[in-house]
Design a protein around this ligand. Structure first.
Ligand code: ATP
Length: 309
């Protein structure tokens, strides 16, 4: 006899940080942040299907070497949600990865957020938004933003969010190197530089970037981008200097290291210029991956399919 099976798919975007102001290290080891998140049109897709136990399957161009067990953030998200409501985490998670790993694009956080959304629907749970945000914050600093997308100001560890309106979508190129950077190591390098007095001047508060987003003027936005982690990422991955220089030489309005790197994000005047810039960056040999994406409009998208089995 055939049975109808429901599968829930969530397509979830990567993020870049248009501004990342890093305050002092807190007693809990995290740094106090003020950051302007911007979701970009590069997506992982997580599909949750009914199962008798928990499993993770990884596919896609950026899935190599990722763990498919309790080390995977999606796995942890399913367990945490199930614990929260007192059920067993019975789900098969299929993750199609297009977001480069350990790249400063919060791909793991995106998968965790997608899993929270997908499992809540698959298991027919009603989870209050505040409870869901709390679970997200427990999973990681960037997971809360990944639940929402768009543009937002993040404070605390980045988990306290306020939506930021953007009057126009922006055109970006993401240029990723081979290999990743460890986020804790980049923060440790920043602490070391600050203690040694060799750090760069701090980037300042988020209001100028928020105003530039509201103006819809990419030239204004380009002038106001900033990342306190960039000097630390450059110290650990000096080749990023060549990527940033190539982007500027090829006509980017502005560019910066995204989050803890090593992905560089370049702002272009429009979508066509972004496509040309992506091709130029690939040809420059300073990155292995360069993709034109739209910023500010991307949000998680959930779809439900029924299959006869
Ligand atoms: P962040 O900026 O949020 O620290 P990131 O973009 O630099 O993150 P991720 O791609 O999220 O980096 O990966 C960080 C680490 O998390 C990697 O070492 C990776 O092995 C681990 N990880 C666990 N689950 C996942 C997942 N589903 N996708 C990517 N990485 C994952």
């Amino acid at each position: 006899m055939s049975e109808t099976q429901r599968m829930v798919t969530v397509r979830v975007p990567a993020k870049i940080n248009l501004l990342l102001a890093v305050g002092p290290r807190r007693p809990d080891g995290f740094h106090e942040l003020s950051t302007v998140f911007c979701a970009v049109g590069l997506y992982d897709t997580v599909t949750a299907s009914p199962a008798t136990d928990l499993s993770v399957r990884l596919t896609g161009p950026e899935s190599a070497g990722l763990p498919a067990d309790a080390r995977n953030l999606a796995w942890r998200a399913a367990v945490l949600l199930a614990e929260h409501v007192g059920i067993e985490p019975r789900v098969r998670l299929s993750i199609d990865k297009a977001i480069p790993v350990a790249a400063g694009l919060a791909g793991g956080s995106a998968d965790a957020a997608a899993t929270l959304l997908a499992c809540a629907r698959l298991w027919n749970l009603t989870v209050e938004p505040a409870a869901r945000d709390a679970l997200a914050a427990e999973l990681g600093s960037d997971v809360s933003f990944a639940l929402h997308g768009g543009c937002a100001l993040g404070t605390g560890r980045g988990e306290r969010l306020r939506p930021v309106p953007a009057t126009a979508a922006s055109s970006w190129v993401l240029a990723a190197a081979s290999g990743g950077l460890s986020t804790p190591q980049v923060y440790a390098e920043l602490d070391r530089q600050r203690a040694a007095g060799t750090g760069s001047p701090a980037v300042g508060g988020p209001e100028p970037v928020i105003a530039a987003l509201g103006s819809g003027d990419p030239h204004l936005l380009a002038d106001r981008l900033g990342n306190d982690l960039e000097p630390a990422a450059l110290a650990l991955a000096p080749y990023l200097g060549a990527t940033l220089a190539a982007g500027r030489r090829l006509g980017a309005l502005g560019g910066l290291v995204s989050g803890s790197g090593p992905t560089c994000a370049f702002l272009a005047p429009d979508g066509e210029a972004a496509e040309r810039l992506a091709q130029g960056l690939l040809a420059s040999g300073t990155c292995r991956f360069a993709r034109a994406v739209v910023g500010g409009a991307a949000r998680p998208k959930l779809t439900v399919r029924s299959n006869q089995s």
